[in-house]
Design a binder for this molecule. Structure first.
Ligand code: ADP
Ligand code: MG
Ligand code: ZN
Length: 510
């Protein structure tokens, strides 16, 4: 009996776990059994591995072959296990070096002809392998660029099964086989920014631009309301450009989610992502999933960046409900039979809506054709748990004189302001579980060591007493006041900062 083993990676959401793939042959009737995988995937993998081996001049041994994927309890989706299964199977008759095999992780799907096909999620799989102390990874040639983004990985990119067999010492003299490509130097790309979307393109609207900077600085979710053409979409699209650039870890996480979506990843992007799913998007597009797999949706793809929901008052209840878990926990789970996949979903939410169905309610010189009941119903569409998370309500009006010069603040300047304000907040919050002002707990704000005092406190308390603020709104205004103070470089908010914060939530009554 010879037992050989190699490694593969199982991905559940973004989390990868090493899978031990062990193979054994016994003197029985020729047979090929694969165990430790979900039933549906078994038959297909056996067929691909058998044909791929044969068509690569590497017939499987004529005995009873058993390949086991351990631990059996871990969910294993997708076809990325083929290569590890094939190599373990081929090693049972001593044709390849078991020692070489045992220190290598294999990721890839096999075509019937022996070609190694690209699979989604190679980047997070390689990350998991490196973290588990197994940096030597064979990946499909098409996925080599993303695999090489992982620091410390020793990537071997292969085009076909025969190449991998030769890598592990198999002699295949009747075939001309190119050696697998050697690793190339890893190149983390320079900040890539979409320069076509600069904040200075925005004409007028100084208060809205300031509000956007405050939102970015404190990590505050924003609701923008205003008539069509007021520039809501224009402003939202400029949000990623004023957020701090992604650090290595965040950039790798964003690229990993792209990789799991099946996108071709060729480098790291430093600009935070921007996702703008339409309100009619399917739940799968929004939340993620698929018939058998658990691919990330727009909510996960927005993680570390901006999730923009335009025309949010038109969105069905289900869309708004889908935001609750990510807003509370910073992650989103997809439930499938037998497993739950979880993805990070820490985004800055930007909501936009018209003031009423026709869009003209409250617009000077325009006539709204909606009934008062329609207007109320529209504004009430997004209420409760969702609005509780939104610190800034911004009312926009159409700019009356276009053709003026652009605004004076560029995205680069705004980003600098944001970065400085964020570092002040992070310093102040160093001993707390929070990093940005938007995350800070209400009680700590009101009663903690940095609770507001003096005139700033009196301004807020009197708004509360006069019924202008609910307690929740009181906390939101306090958070925003802290962000304004951080932007101004003040150690603590003053009454004017509180006044500005009150102004920034004047929008929708709640
Ligand atoms: N303040 C502004 N400065 C420059 N262009 C603007 C401004 N507001 C609106 N626009 C232009 O008007 C058009 C409509 O703006 P948009 O952002 O789509 O409005 P909304 O999303 O509120 O309907 C865009 O093409 C945009 O270029
Ligand atoms: Mg718009
Ligand atoms: Zn109307």
């Amino acid at each position: 009996m010879i037992v050989v083993r190699t490694w593969a990676v199982a991905l559940t959401g973004l989390r990868g776990e090493l899978i031990e793939v062990e193979a054994d042959i016994t003197q029985h009737r020729p047979d090929f059994r694969l165990i430790g995988m979900p039933d549906k995937a078994l038959a297909e993998a056996v067929r691909r591995v058998t044909n791929a081996s044969e068509n690569s001049g590497l017939k499987l041994p004529d005995r009873r072959l058993t390949v086991n994927l351990l631990p059996a309890s871990l969910p294993k989706q997708g076809s990325g296990f083929d290569l590890a299964v094939a190599m373990a199977a081929l090693a049972t008759d001593g044709r390849v070096d078991p020692e070489s095999l045992a220190r290598t992780v294999h990721i890839g799907e096999l075509g019937l002809d022996g070609r190694i096909r690209a699979v989604p999620g190679v980047l997070p799989a390689v990350l998991a392998a490196v973290r588990a102390g197994r940096p030597r990874v064979v990946v499909p040639h098409e996925n080599r660029e993303e695999a090489e983004l992982v620091p410390g990985a020793e990537i071997i990119a292969a085009e076909n099964l025969a190449q991998v067999a030769r890598l592990h010492g198999a002699e295949l003299d009747d075939m001309v086989i190119e050696a697998p490509s050697p690793p190339i130097a890893r190149a983390i790309s320079e900040p890539r920014r979409d320069e076509s979307l600069d904040l200075s393109d925005v004409v007028g609207q100084p208060q809205s631009v300031d509000a956007l900077i405050v939102a970015a600085a404190g990590g505050h979710h924003v609701l923008m309301s205003g008539p069509p053409g007021a520039g809501k979409t224009m402003l939202a699209r400029r949000m990623p450009g004023i957020l701090p650039v992604l650090d290595d870890e965040a950039a790798l996480e964003v690229a990993s989610i792209r990789s799991l979506s099946g996108e071709r990843v060729t480098g790291l992007t430093r600009t935070p992502p921007f996702e703008a799913p339409h309100h009619s998007a399917t739940m799968v597009a929004l939340v993620g999933g698929g018939s058998r797999k658990a691919a990330p949706g727009a909510i996960a793809r927005a993680s570390r960046g901006v999730l923009f929901l335009d025309e949010v008052a038109e969105a069905p209840r289900s869309v708004l409900d889908a935001l609750r878990q990510p807003l509370e926990h910073g992650s989103i789970s997809i439930h499938r039979s037998g497993f739950t996949a979880s993805f990070p979903a820490r985004f800055q939410l930007v909501l936009a809506m018209n003031p009423c169905p026709c869009g003209e309610f409250g617009v000077a010189g325009a006539t709204c054709t909606c009934s008062p009941a329609d207007v109320r119903r529209y504004a009430g569409k997004i209420s409760g748990p969702l609005l509780d998370r939104v610190d800034i309500d911004l009312r926009l009006e159409r700019v009356s004189r276009l053709g003026e010069e652009g605004g004076s603040t560029t995205s680069a300047q705004a980003r600098e302001t944001v970065v400085q304000a964020r570092s002040r907040a992070a310093e102040r919050l160093a001993d707390t579980p929070w990093r940005t002002n938007a995350e800070v707990g209400g009680r700590w704000l009101r009663e903690g060591p940095r609770a507001l005092r003096g005139a700033a406190r009196r301004t807020l308390d009197s708004a509360l007493q006069r019924g202008l603020l609910t307690l929740r709104a009181y906390d939101r205004v306090t958070r925003v006041a802290w962000t304004i103070a951080d932007i101004e470089g003040r150690g603590t908010p003053n009454a004017a900062d509180v006044g500005r914060a009150l102004f920034l939530k004047k929008g929708v009554a709640r």
